[in-house]
Structures are given as C-alpha cells and as structure tokens.
Design a protein around this ligand. Structure first.
Ligand code: 13P
Length: 256
C-alpha cells in the first residue's frame, strides 16, 4: 500500500445516525463541501449505516468511509459483533481501533486492540489507532508512559512492513465530549511523544512520516489553531461532525 500522507479530516459519529439520517447528512454535506485534492475526508458512521453512506456518496469517491470497531476474530458465534470482512463488503475502507470509549465501556485493552488492528490489516482495511491518557494519568505525570505503552502494544503485534499502513489518533480522554480542548501546545507535546514512540518502534522514517490526528472537542472555531500545531496531521471529530455545515467548515480549514 502506498502511504498517503495528505492531511486527514475524519468524523466519528459514535452511536448517532442510522441509514436515514446518514443519507440526509450526505446530501447536505456534499452540497457544502467540494472535493479537494490536498486533503482526505473519512466518515466513521455506525456500521449499520456504512452501506447507506457509500451508496449515497457514490458520486463522491473523495469521501472515505469506515467502521468504528470490528471483532478480533474473523467470524463465529459472537452475537452482536461485526467482522472486518463484513465491513469491507458494506463498502468500508477504514476502521477505528482502540477508541477510549471502547477501552472504557467494552474492555478493549492494549492486547485486544492489537488483535483488532491485526484483523483490520488482514482484511485490507486501514486502521486508525486511537491512543490517549485519562485526566488522572495526566495529573499523575504518566502521559509519556501511557502513550508509549499504547503505541508499543500495537507496533509489536503488527509486522514491520505494515507499520506504514497505520494511522494514529491522539485523543486525550479528558477532552472528549467535554468542550475542553487540548491547547495546540498540549497537542504538539503529545503528538511528539507518539511520534517518538513510533520512531523507536518502527524506525525514524516511519515516525517522521506517520499521520497523527488530534481528537477531542474539535470545532470550526478551534480547527485552525489545532491544525497549525506542530506534528498535527489532521483531526478526528466527534460531536461537531454530526452537523454537516460544521463538519464542512472543519474540512475546509486552510492548510499552511
Ligand atoms: P468530541 O469531538 O465530541 O470531543 O469527540 C472526539 C472523539 O472521541 C472522536 O473520536
């Protein structure tokens, strides 16, 4: 796979928007966001809406779509779960892995996240691996240790030749859905820690070239300063991505 390192603007809809609301979003979003060669846009709807997104956006190949999670196994008796190959069949090209809400609510620990990333890669999807610290971890001075541990767990589970296929998202748990955004300085510091951990585990060139997104209360009003922070290669947007106009405004951020 050739590594595409254009800035990436991604929407994580979490548990919002079924197929009907997804079609409405695509109609409105495509009327206010034109294809742009210098950036990538990817939406992660609930898996039940992935096919609706792909069909509604059939004339917009510039808009990528992905799932928010897959099961670590290829198939089997796992009621309620979806597999990576089903996600591919529905039109997904991407999958999130290790989002803090999965880690907190569903017990996705480093080991399980790593197994999911392996499955995602084996099915041909591109993973966006989410890492980030809680407020307690930050306050106790464990920021570097937590990020290094989360990055190392995934790198050690993935063959070296696939390290370049990984996209990363730094999402401080205390900034998710709280309205409390990391300052551009906080984001730059954490992105540098993730990048160093990648350089240590995957090699200097991969560390330098990796796409690392920032996520946590990104809005039209703060996108520019976050995108200008050193080492920030894009964003993963929750709440503000549910409004087509707001997400379009974020995706249109001028690039320096
Ligand atoms: P918010 O933008 O709602 O803070 O969510 C961020 C997030 O968790 C994206 O994955």
């Amino acid at each position: 796979m050739t590594h595409d390192n254009r800035p990436l603007f991604a929407a994580n809809w979490k548990m919002h928007k079924g197929p009907v609301a997804t079609r409405e979003f695509v109609a409105e979003f495509t009327s206010c966001y034109e294809p742009s060669e210098d950036r990538r846009v990817v939406v992660f709807p609930p898996s039940i809406s992935v096919e609706a997104f792909r069909l509604a956006a059939v004339d917009r190949p510039d808009l990528g779509v992905g799932v928010q999670d897959v099961h670590a196994e290829a198939a089997g008796a796992h009621t309620g779960a979806i597999s990576a190959s089903m996600a591919v069949e529905a039109g997904a090209a991407w999958s999130l892995a290790g989002h803090s809400e999965r880690r907190r609510e569903f017990g996705d620990d480093d080991r399980l996240v790593s197994r999911k990333v392996q499955r995602v890669l084996a099915s041909g999807l591109l993973p966006v691996v989410c890492v980030g610290e809680t407020l307690e971890e930050r306050d106790s001075g464990a920021l570097t240790e937590v990020l290094e541990r989360q990055v190392a767990a995934v790198l050690s589970a993935v063959e070296h030749k696939a390290h370049g296929d990984l996209t990363w998202a730094y999402e401080p748990v205390w900034a998710i859905g709280t309205g409390r955004t990391a300052s551009p300085e906080d984001a730059a510091e954490a992105h540098a820690i993730v990048r160093n951990a990648l350089a240590g585990g995957a090699g200097a060139a991969l560390g330098k070239g990796a796409t690392i997104l920032y996520g946590g209360s990104v809005k039209p009003g703060n996108i520019k300063s976050l995108m200008e922070a050193p080492g920030v290669n894009g964003v993963l947007v929750g709440g503000a991505s549910l409004e087509p106009g707001d997400f379009a405004a974020i995706c249109k951020c001028p690039l320096g």
